[in-house]
Every structure is written in C-alpha cells, then in structure tokens.
Write a protein that binds this ligand. Structure first.
Ligand code: HEC
Length: 101
C-alpha cells in the first residue's frame, strides 16, 4: 500500500512537470480556431503545430507570454499566451507535439 501511494505521488509530480496530453487537449480547444484541433492550420498565416518539437513549443509559448517574441503576427499570440501558467504551457506543448504532422 505504501508503494502504491508513493508511485501515484511520483506519477502525479512527473505528469505536472512533463505535461499531460489529455489536459493539454482540453485546453487546446481555444487554439483550434487557428491551429486546428489536429494541429494543422485552418487558414493561411497560421502555423501548423502538429508534431512540432516539444521544447520548441514550450519556448515559443513562454516567449509570447513574456513578450520576448515580437514582430510578425506575434501580437495575436501574446494575447493568447498571456494567461497561461508554466503548467498550461507544458500540457499544451505536450499535446501538440504528440500529434502526427
Ligand atoms: C486567432 C488565431 C490564433 C489562436 C486562437 C492561437 N494562435 Fe498560436 N499563432 C497564431 C499566429 C498568427 C501565429 C504566428 C505568430 C507570429 O507571426 O509570430 C501563431 C504562432 C503560434 C506558435 C509558434 C509556432 C512557431 O512555429 O513558431 C505556437 C507554439 C502557438 N501559436 C501556439 C498556440 C496555442 C497553444 C494556442 C492556444 C492556447 C494558440 N496558439 C492560439 C494564431 C493563433
């Protein structure tokens, strides 16, 4: 029993650190209007996210949120990322990187 509790605790902490695909999927509905629920852009000008590198996705979302990525169409994403926590970012990045490009 002790081991069971320990392994659940370990799993839970790993999940929140690494990101959780299912939680990311739930959060991705707000992204789908532009990037598609399958991570494929719905219109010209919106980048595909499906299968993109996990670390790259995390970094870009943090850069938009922290306003260190500017120019181009970044203002759209600055607004989108403003309210995201590090955990939200991990989950969203985990979801989009898991999709087939
Ligand atoms: C209203 C449309 C719109 C919505 C909604 C939107 N995005 Fe974006 N996203 C864009 C555009 C446009 C860009 C390109 C920004 C640029 O030119 O720098 C972009 C860029 C990105 C990038 C960088 C891609 C790259 O190749 O560098 C990521 C990652 C991203 N969006 C994730 C998300 C996530 C996650 C959500 C949901 C929380 C989201 N976006 C919601 C329009 C949108």
């Amino acid at each position: 029993m002790k081991y069971l509790i320990l392994s659940i605790a370990l799993f839970a902490s790993t999940a929140s650190f690494a990101g959780d695909i299912d939680i990311g999927k739930a959060g991705a509905t707000v992204c789908a209007g532009c990037h598609g629920m399958d991570g494929k852009s719905v219109a010209p000008g919106f980048p595909n996210l499906a299968g993109q590198d996990l670390t790259y996705l995390k970094n870009q979302l943090k850069n938009f949120r922290d306003k260190t990525r500017t120019g181009g169409q970044s203002a759209i994403m600055t607004g989108m990322a403003a309210g995201l926590s590090d955990e939200d970012i991990n989950n969203l990045a985990m979801y989009f990187s898991s999709l087939k490009p």
